[in-house]
Design a protein around this ligand. Sequence first.
Ligand code: PAF
Length: 280
Amino acid sequence: MEIYSQIHAMQLQSRRWQQAGQRISFVPTMGNLHAGHLALVEKAVELGERVVVSIFVNPLQFNDPADFAAYRRSLDADLDKLAPLEVDAVFAPPEDEMYPHGRDATTQVDVPALSGILEGEHRPGHFRGVTTVVAKLFNIVQPDVAVFGEKDFQQLRIIECMVADLDMPVEIIAMPTVREADGLAMSSRNSRLSASQRQLAPLLYQTMQEFRQHYLAAEGNIAQLQAQATAGLAQAGFVVEYFSLRRHEDLAPAKPGDRCLLLVAARLGETRLIDNLCME
Ligand code: PAF
């Protein structure tokens, strides 16, 4: 497993693989790797002859500087986790390699149709930061296929939209959310929960599953069910940012009969949890 920190060296290697006719698969990450990331990497190993993982805590996608500062950096531990997998290269650039003219001066990529709602409403500029860095990473790694988790469903849809709109020759593969035994969706942020918050956290997914049961049994209208679930979570100590049933394809508010999924964001103390559940 080679470690690259320079864009030019990574691009050269990718070009060599392409010239040899080898399919490159790619998993972008911000490090602090857990079993959810490793499942994405295993999928990438199945899909490509060469596998690249990037590790870069992207400052552009943090709307809160304190959150950026608190984000756990664990490069050595991450490399240890990747070493037993069939990863050919890790791209782990420093910030000034990615943004040599500074964060604010860089060209940015925006997907306006989907970036201002849900997460975008609560984290202004977040998705512009994500699409900008993912577009750069695609230009650097030049993958044939890239693997993303469904846990960040809105991010996944936005990246699919970017790839389609900008004619990027990358196939996007989505992988199901990996959960802890008690149902909590795996996330790098879970390690920031206190012991009591960690005990409470699975209630989020339980409430989502209950919502789904009531929805599928047509017990109550969507607005009532959303209000009940939000009130229950608030009573338990969550600060719910959204608990919203959305249409699958464009994330517009769902109407009866739509193919839809539930998207949720809630805070426990300082830690923000997001999750989603398909209503089928
Ligand atoms: O999902 C993430 O970890 C990040 O948003 C990504 C896609 C690596 C871009 O920084």
